[in-house]
Write a protein that binds this ligand. Sequence first.
Ligand SMILES: C[S@@+](CC[C@H](N)C(=O)[O-])C[C@H]1O[C@@H](n2cnc3c(N)ncnc32)[C@H](O)[C@@H]1O
Length: 199
Amino acid sequence: MKSLIRKLKKKFFEKEVYLKVYEPRKKTVPEKTIPVTTAWKGLELIIEDILDQFDVNRGSCIEFGVEFGFSSVVFSNYFEKVTGIDTFIGDEHTVHKGDHYDKTKQSLIGFENIELVQSDYKDWIKKDTNQYDFAHVDIVHNYKETYECGLWAVQHSKCCIFHDTESFPEVRRAVFDIAKNTGKTAYNYPYHYGLGIIA
Ligand SMILES: C[S@@+](CC[C@H](N)C(=O)[O-])C[C@H]1O[C@@H](n2cnc3c(N)ncnc32)[C@H](O)[C@@H]1O
């Protein structure tokens, strides 16, 4: 009975916060990945397809939420330059807490097109006026932070993706609201904890 109520609630929520379904036309294994444990695993297969389907140039990518660098390395296969912003201290939703900047920096040493910046997104978005081809938001999964960081990322890129639209209703709602408030379209890939796409 409890699981039926949960299922009905989920269906109602998904209807209220409707995101078009994104369907990959192809899957590609990127040439380079790093062996770290991450909830992002599986999404590396659809990045090239997203770039093709949404006609994204391969110049610059900005990422908010690097942690140990799995997604940054995936993007480094496709973009000339990847800028990764993270406090590198974890947050209320991450398993790892404590400063891991040096550890991540060390394991990404061979990836010359990745620049890591230890910063809160709040400080970064106050001073960066650049436009990027692509953006990724995977920070603390609260509505306020995802909306604030995501709105900036959507306004400063052609296409922006958001991790955890299925596992955190707050992220899904932020994606829905950002698309509505910017006049863009939101899509969702419902696997690997969910990936929202705004283009
Ligand atoms: C889920 S992890 C990112 C996972 C990563 N994308 C991957 O491929 O495995 C979330 C990261 O967001 C960072 N973070 C949380 N709040 C932040 C904020 N306000 N500004 C910058 N980074 C933040 C945390 O330090 C953590 O490393």
